[in-house]
Design a protein. Structure first.
Length: 119
């Protein structure tokens, strides 16, 4: 992959990482400062349910942050865009759709089929 495209993906990944980290900081600030008291138990239950939902989203984002950091490391190491299974270049369309991927579409499809069948 040419250096211009690699830089494109680095900027894309770094932008997404910065956005996710900003959202995580905002959530932490809201949780620290946002202790409310509720007169109605139903309101309290709704607020706790919303908080639990938000924490599940942030946990998924935390996992994505790790994948983005790993992809940025692969860029620095010159390994970005290379399938970890077959060693071939990962297609740019796939990288545009999922820049944190580590497998080409053929290897990923095969892995998912093996997972489905339990092989």
């Amino acid at each position: 992959m040419d250096p211009e495209r690699v830089e494109h993906f680095r900027k894309l990944l770094q932008g997404r990482l910065d956005a996710l980290l900003g959202e995580a900081r905002a959530t932490m600030t809201d949780m620290i400062e946002g202790e409310e008291t509720f007169a109605d138990p139903t309101d309290r239950a709704a607020a706790e349910s919303e908080r639990a939902f938000l924490l599940r989203i942030r946990d998924r984002e935390r996992k994505l942050i790790v994948k983005i950091q790993e992809a940025l490391r692969r860029i620095e190491d010159g390994e970005f865009g290379i399938c970890e299974t077959c060693g071939e270049e990962i297609g740019e369309k796939r990288l545009e759709a999922r820049p944190v991927t580590t497998q080409c579409i053929d290897c990923k499809t095969e892995a998912e089929q093996r997972e489905k069948t339990g092989s």
